[in-house]
Design a protein around this ligand. Structure first.
Ligand SMILES: C[S@@+](CC[C@H](N)C(=O)[O-])C[C@H]1O[C@@H](n2cnc3c(N)ncnc32)[C@H](O)[C@@H]1O
Length: 341
């Protein structure tokens, strides 16, 4: 039988344990540990801070979630933790959403109404920002509007390839589309991050989140924003909403590149084929697609294999691909490579 949830007194007691350093008495992934962890999450504390409070490495927590999601045994501690984690985030979000809903709709506060519309991607900002794609219904989301599960797919992809690349500490990681800096913080803290975002608000959040050695600019990444950089750049992470290749082409033509490069791309062109009957080729041109369903389905399925990959192989010589990985999440394609010359 499941024990009763922790009472507030128990939480206070455990916090004392944390303060006195006797946290070791609570076994990570035990029922009480998970209960306490998710209690903080439900209260709205962000996961990384909760890991710090619970005196575990956040990278370990993410690994447990990854293992739990991949596990065939739903009763394993990792699987239990993964599902409780997801549920707690959703509950926390529901609590905050209902508060904002009250402020925006019931109390008719136009500031919260405007904030809500903006978060939903219902208003276009000025300038050349990409539109926030519609997110999957339900489920927790990241500040960028994408589902948390998509974010974790991206993290797993990066972890796999970075592990294989075995890079030294302190290499240069170029992170255009840095957003709030979630990926940069999680993946590249041990490197020197140079990043940019067209949205000053997002860039400001990234600055506060990332190590002091980082340089974050407000810039359009469809230009090379670091002409002064001597590099060499070893990691380039193009986590765009829909089209990463304009930024890649600029990087490729202008950046000082290392002999080994690890690169990641987030490509949303399949949604464009489905909804707009066209896609933007990685080389830049808009390509119309016949509107009948069968052609669109065929194009969507073959787009990566027949369009993106051959273009990439043609573009990179004298480099060639050493490792390659791709994951698809709904209409997004996340892919990465290690290339060498
Ligand atoms: C998917 S989000 C990136 C999330 C980020 N990787 C993270 O981990 O938080 C895409 C970001 O690209 C930015 N963006 C869109 N168009 C851009 C452009 N032309 N130049 C620079 N940033 C751009 C958006 O403001 C948004 O923050």
């Amino acid at each position: 039988m499941k024990p009763e949830p922790l009472s507030e007194e128990e939480v206070a007691r455990v916090i004392k344990q944390l303060e006195s350093g006797s946290i070791d008495e609570i076994e990570p992934l035990s029922y009480h540990w998970t209960e306490l962890y998710t209690k903080f999450l439900r209260a709205g504390v962000d996961p990384e801070t909760v890991s710090t409070i619970m005196a575990v490495k956040h990278t370990d927590v993410l690994q447990w979630i990854e293992d739990g999601e991949a596990s065939d045994d739903p009763s394993s501690p990792e699987a239990q933790f993964a599902s409780e984690f997801e549920r707690a985030l959703a509950q926390s979000k529901a609590a905050f959403v209902s508060t904002i809903y009250k402020a925006a709709v019931i109390d008719k506060d136009p500031r919260w109404a405007a904030w809500w519309l903006e978060k939903q991607g219902m208003v276009q900002g000025s300038g050349r920002t990409e539109k926030v794609p519609l997110r999957a219904p339900g489920g927790p989301t990241m500040s960028s509007g994408e589902p948390a599960s998509a974010y974790r797919s991206k993290v797993r992809l990066r972890r796999r390839l970075l592990r294989k690349a075995q890079l030294e500490m302190g290499t240069v990681a170029y992170v255009p589309f840095v957003g709030h800096g979630h990926i940069a913080q999680e993946m590249y803290k041990r490197h020197r991050i140079i990043g940019a975002d067209i949205d000053p608000g997002a860039a400001n959040i990234a600055v506060n989140r990332l190590p002091e050695s980082s340089t974050i600019k407000v810039a359009d990444c469809e230009t090379w924003p670091f002409p002064e950089e001597r590099g060499p750049v070893t990691i380039a992470d193009f986590d765009a909403y829909t089209y990463p290749y304009g930024a890649f082409r600029q990087f490729w033509d202008h950046a000082p590149k290392d002999d080994t490069l690890v690169m990641f791309f987030s490509d949303g062109q399949k949604a464009s084929i489905q909804k707009l009957n066209q896609y933007r080729h990685p080389a830049g041109k808009l390509v119309p697609v016949k509107t009948n369903l069968a052609t669109k389905r065929e194009k969507t399925t073959s787009y990566y294999k027949d369009v993106v990959f051959p273009w990439f192989e043609e573009t990179i010589p004298p480099y060639s691909i050493v490792e390659h990985d791709v994951v698809e999440h709904s209409m997004m394609i996340y892919w990465g490579v290690i290339i060498r010359q």
